[in-house]
Structure formats: C-alpha cells, structure tokens
Design a protein around this ligand. Structure first.
Ligand code: ADP
Ligand code: MG
Ligand code: ZN
Length: 194
C-alpha cells in the first residue's frame, strides 16, 4: 500500500456475514506486522464470541485485539506511534467512528475497518455506509449463498420453529444471494438469541 509522507487513509471491508471480512482484516494487519509497522487491532467489547482479546474469523484465523466500547474510547486507545489501526465489527460502533477514523487518517495512520454494510432486513447498517463515503478504499466482500451457492450479498436471519432450540449467533444467520433472500422469513419474530 502506498504511503505518501505524513498522509493516512481509510479502508473499509464490508459485506454480509460469512463473506470473509474478518479474514481480510486479519490478512492486512498481519502483513503490516510482518513489515514491522506498529499495528493495533480493536473490536467492540460486546462481541465476545471467541474470547475477549482476539479477532477470530469463522475459519479460525485469529489476531490479538483490544476490546473497546465506543469510538471515543478507540481514539484514546490508539498510541501516537501506531501506523496501522484495524477495527473489526465496525457496525457495532456509534456514528462517531466516522469522525474518529478521519482524525486518525489525518494524523497519518492507515485505518482499516471491517463491518456489515446492511442488517438482516437489508437496511444500511451505520456507521459502515457513512464511513465508506469517507474511505479511499472500499472492498465489498461476497459470501457463498448458503442456499444455492451463488453470490451471497445479504445476511438472512433464520428462524427456527422449535422453541426448545436455544439459538446462539452461530446458526441464527445465513448468507443469501439476491434470489434466495426472503423478506417474509426476515420479518418473522426471532426467538431470543442466547
Ligand atoms: P465475516 O467476518 O465476513 O463474517 P469470516 O472472515 O469470519 O467472515 O469467515 C469467512 C470464512 O467463513 C470463509 O473463509 C469460510 O471458511 C467460512 N464460511 C462459512 N460459511 C461460508 C459461506 N456461506 N460463504 C463463505 N464463507 C463461509
Ligand atoms: Mg467477522
Ligand atoms: Zn442463493
């Protein structure tokens, strides 16, 4: 990646669940680490799916990460010396993430944010769409549609009819292509997660 003197920039990695956003984030920050650039990776504190201090992909790639609760805390947690800032699950942050990312880029840092661009009803999932508008690089990831194998660009919430089945996040969502996504399925009341 080019690095003009003193200038930072923003990269967004977006798409549905299972599209490889976390893998791509891990790949980029790992390359920076190999290049001996000072890197810090962050994740929302509420996402403790794979343990508190790691970002982990569905394929079990993993990297150390610092849990933080909002964009103001992110700004405080980034060291002056850090050149590469990775953030996973950016959709769980407040709208202040856009301003914080721009502030970090203005301070000369490469800011990489991965996150869902739409929710399970296909609505824009802020702050990822707003951040994409301020990013030099936007990578749209596609999953494999769980139903037909086509290009999965949406996240479908699946409702199980057996109320005795306790749903975790795993098994509660599928990636779906344009043809297989169903509004009716999405709007059914969900069973309590967890
Ligand atoms: P995301 O962060 O976008 O949810 P991850 O990076 O965690 O995605 O996981 C991507 C990996 O998930 C793939 O490399 C593959 O091993 C696995 N995977 C499981 N289901 C799917 C699917 N339907 N489409 C693509 N990859 C899938
Ligand atoms: Mg992920
Ligand atoms: Zn499909």
């Amino acid at each position: 990646m080019f690095r003009p003197s003193g200038t930072g920039w923003i990269e967004v990695i977006c798409g549905p669940m299972f599209s490889g956003k976390s893998e791509e984030l891990i790949r980029r920050v790992t390359r920076s680490r190999i290049a001996r650039l000072p890197v810090q990776t962050f994740k929302p504190a509420l996402d403790d799916r794979y343990g508190e201090n790691r970002v982990t992909s569905h394929s079990r790639m993993t990297v150390d990460a610092i849990p933080i609760s909002d964009s103001a805390e992110l700004l405080r947690a980034v060291d002056d010396a850090t050149l590469v800032v990775g953030v996973d699950e950016g959709q769980f942050f407040d709208e202040g993430l856009v301003e914080v990312a721009e502030h970090l880029a203005a301070a000369g840092k490469q800011v990489i944010v991965a996150g869902l661009d739409t929710d399970y009803l296909r609505r824009p999932f802020e702050p990822i769409p707003a951040l994409s508008g301020r990013a030099e690089f936007v990578t749209k990831m596609l999953a494999v549609c769980h139903r037909c194998g086509g290009p999965g660009l949406f996240t479908q919430r699946i409702v199980r009819s057996d109320s005795l089945v306790v749903l975790g996040a795993q098994g509660a969502y599928e990636a779906r292509c344009r043809g297989c996504y169903s509004n009716e399925e999405a709007e059914q009341p969900a069973l309590a997660l967890n």
